[in-house]
Design a protein. Structure first.
Length: 252
Protein backbone atom coordinates (compact mmCIF):
# COMPACT_ATOMS: atom_id res chain seq x y z
CA UNK A 1 0.00 0.00 0.00
CA UNK A 2 2.79 2.41 0.79
CA UNK A 3 4.22 2.12 -2.73
CA UNK A 4 0.79 3.09 -4.09
CA UNK A 5 0.61 6.06 -1.71
CA UNK A 6 4.07 7.28 -2.61
CA UNK A 7 3.25 7.13 -6.31
CA UNK A 8 0.46 9.66 -5.80
CA UNK A 9 -1.66 7.96 -8.46
CA UNK A 10 -5.07 6.36 -7.75
CA UNK A 11 -5.11 2.59 -7.26
CA UNK A 12 -7.84 0.04 -6.57
CA UNK A 13 -7.36 -3.05 -4.40
CA UNK A 14 -9.90 -5.90 -4.52
CA UNK A 15 -10.28 -8.73 -2.01
CA UNK A 16 -11.65 -11.79 -3.81
CA UNK A 17 -13.75 -14.43 -2.06
CA UNK A 18 -15.82 -17.23 -3.58
CA UNK A 19 -18.83 -14.94 -3.98
CA UNK A 20 -16.71 -12.53 -6.04
CA UNK A 21 -15.87 -15.37 -8.42
CA UNK A 22 -19.56 -16.20 -8.78
CA UNK A 23 -20.44 -12.55 -9.38
CA UNK A 24 -17.64 -12.18 -11.92
CA UNK A 25 -18.99 -15.17 -13.85
CA UNK A 26 -22.43 -13.51 -13.98
CA UNK A 27 -21.55 -9.83 -14.43
CA UNK A 28 -19.03 -8.77 -17.11
CA UNK A 29 -18.75 -5.28 -15.59
CA UNK A 30 -17.79 -6.72 -12.22
CA UNK A 31 -15.36 -9.14 -13.86
CA UNK A 32 -13.73 -6.17 -15.61
CA UNK A 33 -13.51 -4.28 -12.31
CA UNK A 34 -11.78 -7.20 -10.60
CA UNK A 35 -9.38 -7.91 -13.45
CA UNK A 36 -8.71 -4.20 -13.89
CA UNK A 37 -7.72 -3.64 -10.27
CA UNK A 38 -4.13 -2.76 -9.42
CA UNK A 39 -3.95 -5.45 -6.75
CA UNK A 40 -6.20 -8.47 -6.14
CA UNK A 41 -5.78 -10.51 -2.97
CA UNK A 42 -7.50 -13.75 -1.87
CA UNK A 43 -10.07 -13.25 0.89
CA UNK A 44 -11.27 -16.70 1.86
CA UNK A 45 -9.77 -20.10 2.49
CA UNK A 46 -11.92 -21.76 -0.22
CA UNK A 47 -10.27 -19.43 -2.74
CA UNK A 48 -6.83 -20.57 -1.57
CA UNK A 49 -7.88 -24.23 -1.78
CA UNK A 50 -9.29 -23.80 -5.27
CA UNK A 51 -6.23 -21.91 -6.48
CA UNK A 52 -3.95 -24.64 -5.15
CA UNK A 53 -5.97 -27.31 -6.96
CA UNK A 54 -5.75 -25.23 -10.14
CA UNK A 55 -1.95 -25.12 -9.65
CA UNK A 56 -2.07 -21.36 -9.09
CA UNK A 57 -1.11 -21.04 -5.38
CA UNK A 58 -1.76 -17.59 -3.96
CA UNK A 59 -0.03 -17.40 -0.59
CA UNK A 60 -2.06 -16.35 2.42
CA UNK A 61 -5.55 -14.99 2.93
CA UNK A 62 -5.95 -11.20 3.17
CA UNK A 63 -9.33 -9.96 4.38
CA UNK A 64 -10.89 -6.51 4.31
CA UNK A 65 -10.32 -6.31 8.07
CA UNK A 66 -6.64 -7.14 7.52
CA UNK A 67 -6.26 -4.38 4.94
CA UNK A 68 -7.97 -1.76 7.11
CA UNK A 69 -5.84 -2.75 10.12
CA UNK A 70 -2.65 -2.70 8.05
CA UNK A 71 -3.63 0.58 6.44
CA UNK A 72 -4.44 2.16 9.80
CA UNK A 73 -1.13 1.03 11.28
CA UNK A 74 0.75 2.42 8.28
CA UNK A 75 -1.21 5.68 8.37
CA UNK A 76 -0.57 6.18 12.08
CA UNK A 77 3.16 5.58 11.61
CA UNK A 78 3.56 7.74 8.49
CA UNK A 79 0.99 10.48 9.04
CA UNK A 80 -1.32 9.38 6.21
CA UNK A 81 -5.03 10.24 6.25
CA UNK A 82 -7.82 7.64 6.13
CA UNK A 83 -11.45 8.00 5.00
CA UNK A 84 -14.22 5.50 5.83
CA UNK A 85 -17.12 5.49 3.36
CA UNK A 86 -20.25 3.38 3.73
CA UNK A 87 -22.09 1.12 6.21
CA UNK A 88 -25.15 2.13 8.23
CA UNK A 89 -25.26 5.54 9.97
CA UNK A 90 -22.93 5.60 12.95
CA UNK A 91 -21.09 2.39 12.10
CA UNK A 92 -18.17 4.06 10.28
CA UNK A 93 -17.86 6.57 13.13
CA UNK A 94 -17.69 3.72 15.66
CA UNK A 95 -15.14 1.89 13.50
CA UNK A 96 -13.08 5.09 13.25
CA UNK A 97 -13.12 5.50 17.03
CA UNK A 98 -12.00 1.89 17.50
CA UNK A 99 -9.15 2.34 15.03
CA UNK A 100 -7.99 5.55 16.71
CA UNK A 101 -7.92 3.78 20.07
CA UNK A 102 -5.92 0.93 18.57
CA UNK A 103 -3.53 3.11 16.57
CA UNK A 104 -2.68 6.33 18.48
CA UNK A 105 -1.95 9.21 16.16
CA UNK A 106 -4.15 7.86 13.36
CA UNK A 107 -5.85 10.61 11.36
CA UNK A 108 -9.36 9.72 10.23
CA UNK A 109 -9.93 12.43 7.63
CA UNK A 110 -13.66 11.74 7.44
CA UNK A 111 -16.54 9.29 7.40
CA UNK A 112 -19.68 9.25 5.27
CA UNK A 113 -22.77 7.04 5.46
CA UNK A 114 -24.80 7.26 2.24
CA UNK A 115 -28.53 6.50 2.21
CA UNK A 116 -29.74 2.94 1.69
CA UNK A 117 -30.77 2.12 -1.86
CA UNK A 118 -29.51 3.08 -5.31
CA UNK A 119 -27.30 6.16 -5.40
CA UNK A 120 -28.54 9.10 -7.41
CA UNK A 121 -26.15 11.17 -9.50
CA UNK A 122 -26.41 13.87 -6.83
CA UNK A 123 -25.50 11.42 -4.05
CA UNK A 124 -22.54 10.12 -6.02
CA UNK A 125 -21.36 13.69 -6.50
CA UNK A 126 -21.72 14.39 -2.76
CA UNK A 127 -19.68 11.33 -1.84
CA UNK A 128 -16.93 12.15 -4.32
CA UNK A 129 -16.85 15.75 -3.10
CA UNK A 130 -16.64 14.66 0.55
CA UNK A 131 -13.72 12.36 -0.17
CA UNK A 132 -11.88 14.89 -2.32
CA UNK A 133 -12.30 17.61 0.32
CA UNK A 134 -10.74 15.34 2.96
CA UNK A 135 -7.73 14.50 0.74
CA UNK A 136 -7.15 11.02 2.20
CA UNK A 137 -4.32 8.72 1.25
CA UNK A 138 -6.44 5.63 1.90
CA UNK A 139 -10.16 5.20 1.20
CA UNK A 140 -12.05 2.17 2.53
CA UNK A 141 -15.49 1.67 0.97
CA UNK A 142 -18.12 -0.51 2.66
CA UNK A 143 -21.02 -0.79 0.21
CA UNK A 144 -20.79 -4.57 -0.25
CA UNK A 145 -19.92 -6.37 -3.47
CA UNK A 146 -20.28 -5.81 -6.34
CA UNK A 147 -21.45 -2.28 -5.61
CA UNK A 148 -18.28 -1.06 -3.89
CA UNK A 149 -15.91 -2.36 -6.58
CA UNK A 150 -18.01 -0.92 -9.39
CA UNK A 151 -18.33 2.42 -7.58
CA UNK A 152 -14.60 2.70 -6.98
CA UNK A 153 -13.83 1.78 -10.59
CA UNK A 154 -16.30 4.37 -11.89
CA UNK A 155 -14.96 7.19 -9.72
CA UNK A 156 -11.31 6.22 -9.23
CA UNK A 157 -9.77 9.02 -11.26
CA UNK A 158 -11.94 11.81 -9.88
CA UNK A 159 -11.48 10.64 -6.27
CA UNK A 160 -7.71 11.16 -6.59
CA UNK A 161 -6.99 8.80 -3.68
CA UNK A 162 -3.81 6.69 -3.92
CA UNK A 163 -5.38 3.59 -2.29
CA UNK A 164 -9.07 2.66 -2.63
CA UNK A 165 -10.33 -0.64 -1.22
CA UNK A 166 -13.79 -2.21 -1.04
CA UNK A 167 -14.08 -3.81 2.40
CA UNK A 168 -17.67 -5.09 2.65
CA UNK A 169 -18.78 -5.60 6.25
CA UNK A 170 -15.43 -4.67 7.81
CA UNK A 171 -16.76 -1.57 9.61
CA UNK A 172 -19.31 -3.76 11.38
CA UNK A 173 -16.53 -5.98 12.71
CA UNK A 174 -14.26 -3.10 13.71
CA UNK A 175 -17.06 -1.25 15.48
CA UNK A 176 -18.12 -4.34 17.39
CA UNK A 177 -21.59 -4.33 15.82
CA UNK A 178 -20.91 -7.90 14.61
CA UNK A 179 -18.37 -10.05 16.51
CA UNK A 180 -15.65 -11.56 14.36
CA UNK A 181 -14.88 -15.28 14.45
CA UNK A 182 -12.37 -16.46 17.07
CA UNK A 183 -8.78 -16.62 15.89
CA UNK A 184 -8.76 -20.43 15.92
CA UNK A 185 -11.74 -20.53 13.55
CA UNK A 186 -10.06 -18.08 11.19
CA UNK A 187 -6.87 -20.12 11.18
CA UNK A 188 -8.85 -23.30 10.52
CA UNK A 189 -10.66 -21.72 7.57
CA UNK A 190 -14.00 -21.75 9.38
CA UNK A 191 -14.81 -18.04 9.57
CA UNK A 192 -17.53 -18.59 6.97
CA UNK A 193 -19.26 -21.03 9.38
CA UNK A 194 -19.12 -18.47 12.18
CA UNK A 195 -20.64 -15.81 9.94
CA UNK A 196 -23.32 -18.21 8.74
CA UNK A 197 -24.25 -18.97 12.35
CA UNK A 198 -24.45 -15.24 13.11
CA UNK A 199 -26.51 -14.22 10.08
CA UNK A 200 -28.19 -17.36 8.70
CA UNK A 201 -31.11 -15.50 7.16
CA UNK A 202 -28.81 -13.30 5.09
CA UNK A 203 -25.99 -15.69 4.26
CA UNK A 204 -27.34 -19.24 3.88
CA UNK A 205 -28.44 -18.76 0.29
CA UNK A 206 -25.25 -16.96 -0.68
CA UNK A 207 -22.94 -19.56 0.86
CA UNK A 208 -24.80 -22.80 0.23
CA UNK A 209 -26.88 -22.15 -2.90
CA UNK A 210 -24.80 -19.66 -4.91
CA UNK A 211 -21.16 -20.06 -3.83
CA UNK A 212 -20.86 -23.78 -3.06
CA UNK A 213 -21.54 -24.89 -6.68
CA UNK A 214 -18.86 -22.46 -7.91
CA UNK A 215 -16.36 -23.89 -5.44
CA UNK A 216 -17.21 -27.45 -6.49
CA UNK A 217 -16.68 -26.54 -10.15
CA UNK A 218 -13.29 -25.06 -9.31
CA UNK A 219 -12.40 -28.20 -7.38
CA UNK A 220 -13.51 -30.30 -10.34
CA UNK A 221 -11.37 -28.22 -12.68
CA UNK A 222 -8.40 -28.74 -10.38
CA UNK A 223 -8.92 -32.49 -10.25
CA UNK A 224 -9.39 -32.65 -14.05
CA UNK A 225 -6.46 -30.53 -15.30
CA UNK A 226 -7.07 -31.00 -19.04
CA UNK A 227 -7.53 -27.48 -20.53
CA UNK A 228 -10.72 -28.40 -22.37
CA UNK A 229 -12.27 -29.89 -19.24
CA UNK A 230 -11.25 -26.84 -17.20
CA UNK A 231 -12.86 -24.50 -19.70
CA UNK A 232 -16.08 -26.54 -19.62
CA UNK A 233 -16.17 -26.69 -15.81
CA UNK A 234 -15.27 -23.06 -15.21
CA UNK A 235 -17.28 -21.55 -18.04
CA UNK A 236 -17.36 -17.90 -19.09
CA UNK A 237 -16.00 -15.31 -18.68
CA UNK A 238 -12.60 -16.22 -20.07
CA UNK A 239 -10.88 -14.52 -17.14
CA UNK A 240 -12.06 -17.40 -14.94
CA UNK A 241 -10.67 -20.11 -17.19
CA UNK A 242 -7.07 -20.12 -16.03
CA UNK A 243 -5.74 -17.27 -18.16
CA UNK A 244 -3.06 -14.84 -17.04
CA UNK A 245 -5.67 -12.38 -15.79
CA UNK A 246 -7.49 -14.97 -13.69
CA UNK A 247 -9.05 -13.00 -10.79
CA UNK A 248 -7.57 -15.49 -8.35
CA UNK A 249 -4.10 -14.53 -9.49
CA UNK A 250 -4.25 -10.94 -10.73
CA UNK A 251 -1.73 -8.70 -8.97
CA UNK A 252 -1.84 -5.58 -11.06
Amino acid sequence: MEAFIRSGRPHQIVTVNMDFIRLAREDPAFCAAVNGADLVVPDGVPVLWAARLLRRPLGERVTGVDLVEQGAALAAARGYRVFLLGAAPGVADAAAAALIRRYPGLCIAGTYAPPIGPFSAEENARMVAAVRAARPHLLFVAFGAPRQELWIRAHLDELEVPVCVGVGGTFNFLSGAIPRAPVWMRRAGLEWAHRLAQEPGRLWRRYLVHDLPVFLRLVGAGLMPLPGVQRWLLGAPAALAGTADHPLATTG
